[in-house]
Design a protein around this ligand. Structure first.
Ligand SMILES: NC(=O)c1ccc[n+]([C@@H]2O[C@H](COP(=O)([O-])OP(=O)(O)OC[C@H]3O[C@@H](n4cnc5c(N)ncnc54)[C@H](OP(=O)(O)O)[C@@H]3O)[C@@H](O)[C@H]2O)c1
Length: 170
């Protein structure tokens, strides 16, 4: 199964100013890539804080939301408490081939720690926040391979990485 992280960062490495800060500050090129890749995947996974910044499911994708308490049923959205490996196994048994991990820091970190993420699509925007939330919030050791780096006219970098190995396998 392809399981990828997709995220936009400022040039100083933040994904948001705080946990209620919606990711509306990204470029049109980032939004276009996000829509294309997540629609291709068909399934997007996020945490409750990120879900609350959206307010409604992203259309044409199954939205899976990590929430400590079950969320009211909405078409196109399911809430879960499953551990990442169990969730991916269940999705695989439902015929899913690709899953997009869509944040925030808590969910990116939880999935990265499992070793099941095999790709990262990162966007670096020419913006500074100075302080805020990092992509990950726990210790990790991974080696990445940069597959492509596209620079837009506005100075956005669209990066595509494969996850090569954990530090133990360097
Ligand atoms: N720049 C970007 O590309 C981007 C993308 C996505 C999100 N963001 C930003 O990231 C910020 C949110 O990040 P965040 O780390 O605060 O929150 P988050 O990852 O969106 O969600 C955390 C929530 O998920 C719940 N959760 C986590 N693991 C769980 C589990 N195993 N079972 C059940 N519930 C679980 C947590 O429950 P507990 O309360 O019980 O711990 C917590 O309520 C927002 O500002 C958002 O806009 C930015």
């Amino acid at each position: 199964m392809k399981c990828f992280i997709i995220s936009a960062l400022t040039a100083d490495g933040y994904i948001a100013k705080n946990r209620t800060h919606a990711a509306m500050w990204t470029s049109k090129e980032d939004k276009k890539r996000f829509v294309a890749l997540t629609k291709q995947a068909g399934v997007i996974v996020m945490g409750l804080n990120t879900w609350q910044t959206l307010g409604k499911p992203l259309k044409d994708r199954l939205n899976i939301v990590y929430s400590p308490t079950p969320l009211p049923a909405i078409p196109g959205m399911e809430s879960t408490v499953k551990d990442p490996k169990e969730l991916l196994q269940e999705l695989e048994s439902r015929g899913v081939k690709e899953v997009a991990i869509c944040g925030g820091s808590t969910i990116y970190t939880m999935f990265m720690q499992t070793g099941l993420v095999n790709k990262l699509y990162l966007t670096i925007e020419p913006i500074l926040f100075g302080d805020g939330m990092r992509l990950f919030n726990k210790d990790l050791d991974y080696k990445l391979k940069l597959l492509s780096c596209e620079k837009t006219e506005g100075g956005t970098l669209l990066l595509d990485y494969d996850v090569e190995s954990t530090a133990a396998n360097f």
